[in-house]
Ligand binder design. Structure first.
Ligand code: PLP
Length: 460
């Protein structure tokens, strides 16, 4: 018998491994079938190592440890909390808007129990899910009617399907945008069955361009907000009010994809004004749609507000069912809208709290964090910087902020290591400095953030 064969014979059986106390614990935690699979993997792994010439027989505990690691790795969450230290408030890749406490509570209460999702307590009969956020949304926007769907991409699609299918929709070439994730306005319009009529040029579209394109078969003019880019220089676009007047003179609709869902004015916070949902409605748009999880600061959802007959047609469209909002989104949305109605948005909705946060407060955080790190012998200082709103809103605009700058020979490496801590920290790198923006770090994450920084920097 060769030495390898002798080692292979010495391997324990699965049954024997199952007698181990630690494997019993694994079965309680991971269940029997996954644990068995893990043990077989660990044994196989050990067998391969022996055949490859690793001349040692591991202990049973070591084999169980390999199985344990396999299980932990298999079930490691792919969707996990992170600390957003980038200063990008609505960070599309980091989950957009964090929910308010009120929204969170509403989700928890509604989702962990039965609810009146489609039940009318007065009559004891079937009710409509559409009552939940809609009256709040209509009141908040001062519109006749409103509805909420799965997200804004589906809101745009549904709006065009319900109101423009088989007919022409006029849009400026300056607004044929790709929003990210391959979502291109012209592609969505095509899927809706509406015929896209492009007018004007990338930088200039005049009212007469729209007017010249109106035919008997025109259903609407669509305005899509420049959500993630800016055309500067020699540019012109007619105002929403001018377009509304033109559309209504010709008996067609003006539809507005506002995008960000800004209900409050951003101007007081040193950011360029963004056309709000209300601006669109006041200008005379017939339907305005927008996202729930950008500047509205709520859950993923798409909102449609406007004329009652049009919203009615949208809600009755057969595909409305396919893109409806779920109960958790409706619960979170209602709670979020209530914060606006009761004047608590600026203090309770995280994205607005971050936008409105006084610079002095951010500076105080930055100073405290830098001092804390300096005490640990880490080269940290406070520097001026800019936070951005992000999320496909307010392109090119930023808010002054204070950053903690950490000097490291290899800042990229440090940033990579920070992404691997228990709660990963996502920062920014510039000129070999790791930059941490307190604006987007949630108050309850401060301790975790400092602990992660300290640990890594002490090790390097
Ligand atoms: C973000 C955005 C969308 C897509 O909204 P989702 O809620 O992500 O589906 C559509 N149009 C505009 C103008 C946007 O800014």
């Amino acid at each position: 018998m060769t030495e390898k064969q002798a080692l292979l014979r010495g391997l324990p059986s699965v049954d024997r491994l199952m007698q181990l106390a630690e494997v019993e614990g694994m079965m309680a935690g991971y269940g029997r079938s996954l644990t068995l699979e893990a043990l077989r993997f660990a044994l196989d792994d050990t067998r391969q190592a022996i055949l490859a010439g690793n001349g040692r027989l591991p202990t049973e505990q070591e084999i169980a440890q390999t199985a344990q690691e396999w299980l932990a790795n298999l079930l490691a969450p792919t969707l996990q909390p992170v600390i957003n230290a980038t200063g990008v408030i609505v960070h599309t890749n980091l989950g957009r808007a964090p929910l308010s406490q009120a929204a969170l509570k509403a989700v928890q209460e509604t989702a962990s129990s039965y609810s009146t999702l489609e039940f009318d307590l007065d009559s004891g009969k079937r009710g409509s899910r559409s009552v939940h956020a809609e009256h709040l949304l209509a009141r908040l926007t001062g519109t006749e009617a409103a509805t909420a769907v799965n997200n804004n991409a589906s809101a745009v699609l549904l709006m065009l399907m319900a109101l423009c299918q088989g007919r022409e929709v006029i849009i400026s070439r300056g607004q044929l945008v790709e929003i990210g994730g391959g979502f291109r306005v012209p592609d969505v319009m095509e899927q809706s069955g509406a015929h896209l009529v492009e007018v004007g040029t990338t930088n200039r579209t005049h009212l007469r361009d729209y007017e010249n394109a109106i035919t008997e078969n025109t259903a609407a003019i669509l305005v899509a907000h420049h959500s993630n880019y800016k055309i500067i220089g020699f540019t012109t676009e007619p105002s929403l009010a001018e377009l509304a007047a033109l559309a209504h003179k010709h008996n067609i609709l003006l539809l507005y994809d506002q995008g960000s869902g800004a209900l409050l004015d951003t101007a007081p916070y040193g950011i360029e004004p963004e056309p709000t949902v209300l601006d669109g409605l006041e200008a005379g748009c017939d339907v305005v749609c927008f996202s729930g999880d950008k500047l509205l600061g709520g859950p993923q959802a798409g909102m449609l507000c406007g004329r009652a007959d049009l919203i009615g047609a949208i809600k009755r469209h057969p595909l409305a069912r396919a893109v409806r909002a779920d109960k958790m989104a409706l619960a979170a949305l209602s709670a979020t809208l209530e914060l606006y109605l009761t004047d608590k948005a600026l203090t309770e909705i995280p994205v607005w709290r971050m936008i409105a946060r006084p610079l002095a407060e951010i500076e105080a955080d930055a100073e405290r964090w830098a001092a804390h790190l300096q005490k640990e012998g880490i080269a940290a200082r406070v520097v001026d910087g800019r936070s951005t709103v992000g999320g496909g809103s307010l392109p090119g605009t930023s808010i002054p902020t204070k950053l903690v700058a950490i000097e490291q020979a290899n800042a990229e490496k440090l940033a990579a290591n920070l992404r691997e801590t228990a709660v990963p920290v996502i920062g920014r790198i510039q000129d070999n400095l790791l930059l941490i923006d307190p604006r987007t770090v949630l108050a309850e994450q401060e301790t975790l953030l400092l602990a992660a920084l300290e640990k890594l920097l002490r090790e390097t």
